[in-house]
Design a binder for this molecule. Structure first.
Ligand code: SF4
Length: 109
């Protein structure tokens, strides 16, 4: 058998490998895992609000929150790894992820 020349087997293998890579990429999107290079989501997509939810969940308890000294909410401002724009310590959205849960992963990681 000549290994220098592409055969229908190697062509088929390349096609299957390409298809598997495409399906893996789709799986990442379907599972809601945002690659680090992806743009942040719109606040409306996650029903962002500038008050805690009824159970008291708020950005300050979310793994996606990073405080910052100034911004739209003054000294309570922060950045979010999931949604675009300023968020605040007492804000909330449906992307809330408990920062104290060891299984939690920051968006984009
Ligand atoms: S994901 Fe939602 S709750 Fe968490 S920091 Fe971002 S805006 Fe706040």
């Amino acid at each position: 058998m000549n290994h220098d020349k592409p055969t229908s087997t190697t062509t088929r293998r390349a096609a299957i490998t390409g298809a598997a890579k495409t399906l893996a990429a789709i799986g990442v999107v379907v599972m809601g895992i945002r690659p680090a290079f992806a743009a942040k989501a719109a606040k409306d997509d996650f029903f962002f609000q500038d008050t805690p939810d009824e159970s008291g969940k708020k950005c300050s308890g979310c793994i996606n929150f990073s405080p910052k000294a100034t911004g739209q909410y003054g000294a309570d401002s922060g950045d979010c790894a999931l949604v675009e724009g300023d968020v605040c310590t007492h804000c909330y959205c449906q992307g809330w992820t408990d920062k104290n849960d060891p299984k939690s992963k920051k968006a984009g990681t």
